[in-house]
Design a protein around this ligand. Structure first.
Ligand SMILES: C[S@@+](CC[C@H](N)C(=O)[O-])C[C@H]1O[C@@H](n2cnc3c(N)ncnc32)[C@H](O)[C@@H]1O
Ligand code: SF4
Length: 365
């Protein structure tokens, strides 16, 4: 394998970064704007084809920088229009990106890490272990490819693929800034959604620097159950998570937290738990997405029957909480929520441990 280049990659830079890059090479800032626009708006990744940059700048860029993108290795189309792309990174590892069309909406579900270090009990990515954070170019590169493949910018991006975006804070924020930039993908802030399992300090940090929509993977109305399903809860329990989320949406009446709740048969789907959830969400502008559990090989949870999901939804809706049951998309190509796996050179030794833990799965309820 050829050595991995260490030259700066302009796709790792936001607009200000591109301006600084060209200033450092002795050129005016506006050339940095043009460079940024070529990369994202026009999708050009060859310095020589950036015809409105001075020839001397193009030569300087060729000498000192290198544009590196993930490579689309496989394309898996699904009958419902969903497409899963397997993207290979420069170190040979792989992440997955999903395109979900729905009427006029085109949503791209983007990965933020190679694997995930958090060990949610029902998630296929968790079983892969964890290797590293994606850098900015690897995150925005997924959107770049999607825009080229579809011949249009997506209307929505959700950071809901492989990994925990708030555990890769700086890169996730920069990539989301690029998504919203008028010289790039022009997405409105409410059309970019970051989904987190609940890294509380970084929810506060995010509020300081970004306006994107926040989705929180809740999945349980009590600490006892959430500790088992979403182990990060042992570090950041509900008593800390809920105020952080309330703070995130404070001061803007239009903002709501989207709570994601995977419906697991006999685990978290009773009416008593729906009532506990209603109490937990009191005072927080909320909408709830009930997600049918997407099974994967080796998982030992079951999908709640549709009538139980509907009863749960109805109970929440009756209390005034806007609640939707999410359609499962792309499941026959393993592109649905929590089914993304890629190729991860695990550095956590997770696989051995998971096998042991599944034998001692906690009792629930
Ligand atoms: C894969 S995660 C990535 C974003 C972030 N790490 C998080 O947990 O919110 C995106 C969503 O998929 C959900 N999910 C994970 N495994 C799932 C499964 N097997 N079936 C349905 N949803 C799942 C997660 O709980 C989360 O709400
Ligand atoms: S659900 Fe999210 S945080 Fe949990 S293991 Fe999967 S990717 Fe990581």
């Amino acid at each position: 394998m050829s050595a991995i280049s260490t030259k700066p990659n302009p796709l790792d830079l936001d607009l200000a970064g591109c301006e600084s890059l060209v200033i450092a090479l002795g050129f005016k800032a506006f050339h940095g704007r043009n460079l940024f626009k070529w990369l994202h708006k026009h999708g050009v990744v060859d310095f020589d084809a950036m015809t409105d940059l001075p020839k001397t700048l193009r030569t300087a860029l060729l000498d000192t920088a290198e544009i590196r993108l993930p490579r689309i290795l496989q394309t898996h189309p699904s009958a419902d229009g969903t497409i899963k792309w397997v993207m290979e990174l420069t170190d040979g590892q792989r992440v997955e990106t999903v395109f979900i069309p729905e009427g006029k909406r085109s949503t791209i579900c983007v990965s933020s890490q190679v694997g995930c270090a958090l060990e949610c009990a029902f998630c296929a990515t968790a079983r892969q272990g964890f290797n590293r954070n994606l850098n900015v170019s690897e995150i925005i590169g997924q959107v770049w490819h999607a825009a080229r493949q579809l011949d249009a910018s997506p209307t929505n991006v959700v950071m809901m693929g492989m990994g925990e975006p708030l555990a890769n804070f700086e890169a996730a924020v920069t990539a989301m800034d690029i998504m919203q930039d008028d010289l790039a993908y022009m997405l409105a802030k409410h059309r970019v959604t970051l989904s987190t399992s609940g890294i509380v300090p970084n929810i506060y940090r995010l509020r300081e620097v970004s306006d994107v929509s926040l989705a929180v993977s809740l999945h349980a109305p009590t600490d006892a159950l959430r500790d088992e399903l979403v182990p990060i809860n042992r570090k950041y329990p509900l008593a800390e998570l809920m105020p952080a989320c309330k703070h995130y949406v404070a001061g803007d009446k239009r903002r709501k937290i989207t709570w994601e709740y995977v419906m697991l048969d006999g685990i978290n789907d009773s009416l008593a738990q729906a009532k506990q959830l209603i109490r937990l969400l009191e005072g927080i502008p909320s909408k709830v997405n009930l997600i049918p559990f997407n099974p994967f090989t080796g998982s030992d949870f079951g999908t709640s029957p549709p009538e139980r999901v509907e009863a749960f939804r109805e109970r929440l809706a009756r209390s005034g909480i806007f609640t939707m049951t999410r359609k499962t998309r792309g499941d026959e190509i393993a592109a649905a929520c929590g089914q993304l796996v890629g190729r991860v050179e695990d550095r956590t030794g997770r696989l051995g441990r998971v096998r042991i833990e599944t034998h001692s799965r906690v009792s629930v309820r």
